[in-house]
Design a protein around this ligand. Structure first.
Ligand code: ADP
Length: 529
């Protein structure tokens, strides 16, 4: 048994190492998964910022081009009129007829007045606009230098325009028509159809937008150039854009990977615990078989020796004759108890141990048990201090099974006593609410005792403690497990009070029978104190 215990400890260590071998990589992989998820999400975010920057520039340029082409297109009749030498009012009429898309009245500025425009910019193309010192609030003058047929500058013709109103009315069609729909345009992850584009005016107020930005914080802001100074275009992913989705995915991914890692670790821990349990049971069973074999061999050898001696008529005196006969009887009883234990155990394990419940007097149970074990007690020099009342309230029970329990407790008391060969066997009642509620049978020895941390374990099947005596004393580790199971099947419990080196008291506590029809009870949990 010591060997198998040793093996067990070794195996536990091995199992712990195995656990680390499984759990370690699981934690590592989960960490790697989280790391990679963060990396991928970061890459998406970065790509998206790059792409948004690009898109913002595109949007700015698109608006400028839109404005230029509108102006160019609309101003052509006025230019023609000027070339033909028409008067200012005809130029204005031509401007008005050509286009009223700029919302404010068209104007013709005489060449003499042109200097009044503090910021008149002439580009390569003959387009002018005066963006800074606007005399009309947030409007700009946009138009064309008008020349006559000889190329002389007559003045400037154009419109006062409000970029805010122009953008608001043109934003959507410009985006839809001009921006590329090809998501691979810039090699980014973002899809143009899932971008939100917003134009913000100089005062920070929104001028217009196409689609609403999502929660991802990868929006990008660019200043529009040209006539749109101080106007900004903000490009951000929408809620359905891959980048917004990727941001949400990070949280989901990390949670998922974390849970997966946890599941692997838990599976490893529980799987290995189960393996240890099976290992323990297998080792206990192996120990059990060897213990039983040992226990069977000893009485069989003794019985055989006695029988052979008697057969050979080597016995001279009647006393010797009697001694051999009592050896046979004692050892037969021991054999019977062992076989009974094994059979009972097998039946209980299979749930096939039938109990015949009837009203039982525990005084009788104690007497029967004591009577049958008396020869062994006498032979080993035990003194029994018997404390039995005349009668006890009845319990519902199977008297043979209960005798079996008392026999097992007495057997243990004998096995685990050293020099002090005194056993106290007492039966009594416990009162609750002024009435006898429970009946008890206590078996107390002055033997080796049981350490507090082992007091629960001793009731488990196949468990034998590694005490000094266990190697000398035979046993299969079944006795207390049987007692416990049988007593629980009687709705009772087994209490244990023990101190190492001083002795142990096992007390069977059974409820007093109430009425004749006490039904077959369900097993209840044992308490060890
Ligand atoms: P066994 O066949 O080994 O006696 P049991 O199930 O009856 O099996 O007991 C389990 C273990 O509990 C024993 O091996 C022993 O270590 C311990 N034990 C049982 N009874 C006593 C007792 N009266 N005093 C000390 N130890 C005991």
């Amino acid at each position: 048994m010591l060997g198998s215990r040793l093996n067990l400890h070794l195996s536990r260590r091995t199992v712990a190492v195995l656990g680390l071998v499984v759990a370690g990589p699981a934690i590592f992989l989960a960490g790697l998964g989280i790391f990679l998820t963060l990396k991928v999400s970061n890459a998406i975010q970065n790509e998206s910022v790059r792409y948004n920057t690009y898109m913002a520039l595109q949007v700015g340029e698109a608006f400028e081009q839109e404005l230029m082409s509108e102006l160019r297109h609309a101003i052509a009749p006025a230019e023609n009129a000027a070339r033909g030498g028409a008067a200012a009012d005809r130029v204005v009429t031509a401007l008005r007829e050509a286009k009223d898309a700029f919302l404010l009245a068209p104007a013709f500025v005489q060449v003499d007045d042109l200097t009044g425009f503090s910021l008149l910019i002439v580009e390569g193309e003959p387009l002018v606009y005066a963006p800074a010192a606007s005399p009309r609030g947030d409007t700009y003058f946009a138009g064309l230098l008008l020349r006559d047929a000889r190329g002389q500058v007559l003045g400037a013709g154009g419109w006062w325009i409000s970029p805010r109103r122009f953008l608001a009315s043109h934003l959507d069609p410009v985006l839809q028509d001009r921006l590329p729909g090809n998501s691979r345009l810039y090699g980014g992850y973002e899809n143009i159809r899932k971008l939100a584009i917003q134009i913000v005016g100089p005062d920070g107020g929104e001028v217009g937008h196409v689609r609403v930005a999502g929660t991802a914080r990868s929006g990008h802001v660019e200043l529009l150039s040209g006539p749109f100074e101080r106007y900004t275009v903000r490009v951000a992913p929408t809620g359905t854009a891959p980048v917004a989705w990727a941001t949400h995915f990070v949280a989901i991914g990390i949670t998922f990977i974390g849970l997966l890692g946890l599941a692997i670790v838990l599976a490893a821990v529980f799987g290995l615990r189960y393996a240890v349990l099976q290992l323990e049971i297998a080792q206990m069973k192996a120990g059990f078989v060897s213990n039983v074999t040992h226990e069977l061999k000893t009485p069989i050898a003794l019985i055989r020796l006695a029988v052979e001696t008697l057969q050979m008529r080597r016995v001279n005196t009647p006393e010797e004759h009697e001694r051999f006969l009592s050896t046979i009887s004692r050892e037969t009883l021991r054999l019977q108890q062992l076989v009974d234990n094994i059979l009972d155990f097998a039946r209980l394990e299979a749930g096939q141990r039938p109990f015949r419940f009837e009203n039982v007097d525990l005084v009788e149970v104690v007497r029967t048990a004591l009577e049958s074990i008396q020869p062994r007690l006498d032979h080993q020099g035990f003194r029994v201090e018997l404390e039995l009342p005349d009668s006890l309230p009845p319990v519902r029970g199977d008297s043979a099974a209960l005798v079996h329990c008392v026999l097992n407790l007495l057997d243990n008391a004998m096995k685990y006593s050293k020099s002090e060969r005194v056993i106290r066997l007492a039966a009594g009642t416990r009162i609750a609410d002024g009435e006898p509620a429970e009946v008890t049978i206590a078996v107390a020895d002055r033997g080796i005792g049981i350490a507090p941390e082992d007091q629960r374990r001793v009731f488990e099947k196949f468990v034998r403690l590694e005490t000094g005596l266990v190697h000398d004393v035979k046993g299969a580790g079944l006795g207390l497990s049987l007692v416990d199971q049988i007593v629980r099947a009687h709705e009772g419990r087994v209490e244990l009070v023990s101190r190492p080196g001083e002795g142990s008291t096992f007390t069977i506590v059974l409820p007093v029978a109430r009425g004749q029809e006490a039904s077959r009870p369900e097993p209840r949990r044992r308490t060890a104190s």
